[in-house]
Design a protein around this ligand. Structure first.
Ligand SMILES: [Zn+2]
Length: 148
């Protein structure tokens, strides 16, 4: 068994915010904007380790988040697309500045190589461009979930 790659550590900071991306719609636009993940899927259907090495980063969260699937555990870092770390940082900054930190009660994850829950297309989580905050209740005012 190959050891999973360690994604590069980065710190979420507003200084890293890139010019706003135009949110892509649909698989073709996601591939065009964020990279063709299909080239990184092996013949066994598994995502190759070089996807994480080339595209993903481990980002420190500004405050600990309780895991939705294991509520006794909290997470202080998340794996996401490196290009999105600035955008996610500004999302968390806006949550904090809006006094909404206490309203974020659970974290459903960011990067996860999987199909959409409804259908066979790859989920936006495969790129590490979607984060699930309060997945049980889908709190409004958080970053959109592109699974739908
Ligand atoms: Zn999601």
């Amino acid at each position: 068994m190959e050891k999973p790659p360690i994604a590069t550590d980065v710190v979420l900071s507003a200084a890293e915010v890139e010019p706003p991306l135009v949110p892509p719609h649909g698989l073709d636009e996601i591939i065009g904007v964020f990279g063709d993940i299909r080239e990184y899927i092996g013949t066994d259907g598994q995502l190759e380790a070089r996807w994480q090495l080339e595209f993903l980063a481990k980002a420190a969260l500004p405050f600990p988040l309780r895991l939705s699937w294991d509520p006794v555990r909290t997470e202080t870092r998340m794996t996401c697309l490196r290009r999105m770390t600035g955008i996610f940082a500004s999302v968390f900054t806006r949550i904090q500045e809006g006094g909404l930190q206490a309203s974020v009660t659970s974290f459903g994850g960011c990067f996860a190589f999987r199909r959409q829950r409804t259908g066979s297309k790859l989920s936006a989580h495969s790129w590490g461009i979607a984060i699930d905050l309060n997945p049980e209740s889908n709190l409004q005012g958080t970053v959109g979930d592109m699974d739908a």
